[in-house]
Design a protein. Structure first.
Length: 146
């Protein structure tokens, strides 16, 4: 230890900062993709299924102008199918997007990628607790199991 240490508050103020860089403990949303609801009544006739996509906010703050997108997924390659702005998703609530009529051609070799906080051009518009839980992959078209 130096004989005359410099007071840390003069340069760092790390005691009072209290880990502010990681945003822990702040009021933030936590957007997630919920379980989709599929209607497969028309699978035999048209080969299409109607999907309602669920998006929820498990954080403690509302998220405004929340974008969502769906992609055809082929390995690591993804092709945008469509995107939407869901509007505000209040804390603890869920929003649905649909019905979306999707055929087997919308599902790539790796399935269908559903993303929240993604406008189809770029991701992470909303600052939130966890960015890593914003997607869900449906591996096959809902009609494939009928």
């Amino acid at each position: 230890m130096p004989p005359r240490p410099l007071p840390p508050w003069r340069s760092w103020n790390s005691f009072r900062a209290g880990n502010s860089e990681t945003r822990v403990g702040l009021d933030l949303p936590d957007l997630r993709v919920g379980d989709p609801i599929a209607c497969t009544d028309e699978c035999a006739e048209t080969g299409e299924a109607e999907l309602w996509l669920a998006f929820n906010n498990q954080g403690i703050a509302a998220a405004d102008a929340v974008p969502a997108a769906i992609y055809r997924l082929d390995g690591s390659e993804r092709s945008l199918i469509t995107s939407v702005v869901l509007g505000t998703v209040p804390a603890g609530e869920e929003r649905f997007w649909g019905p979306l009529r999707l055929g087997p051609e919308h599902f790539g070799s790796s399935g269908l990628l559903i993303r929240i906080d993604d406008n189809g051009v770029n991701e992470d518009h909303v600052e939130e607790c966890h960015e890593a839980n914003n997607s869900l992959v449906l591996p096959q078209h809902p009609c494939a199991s009928r």
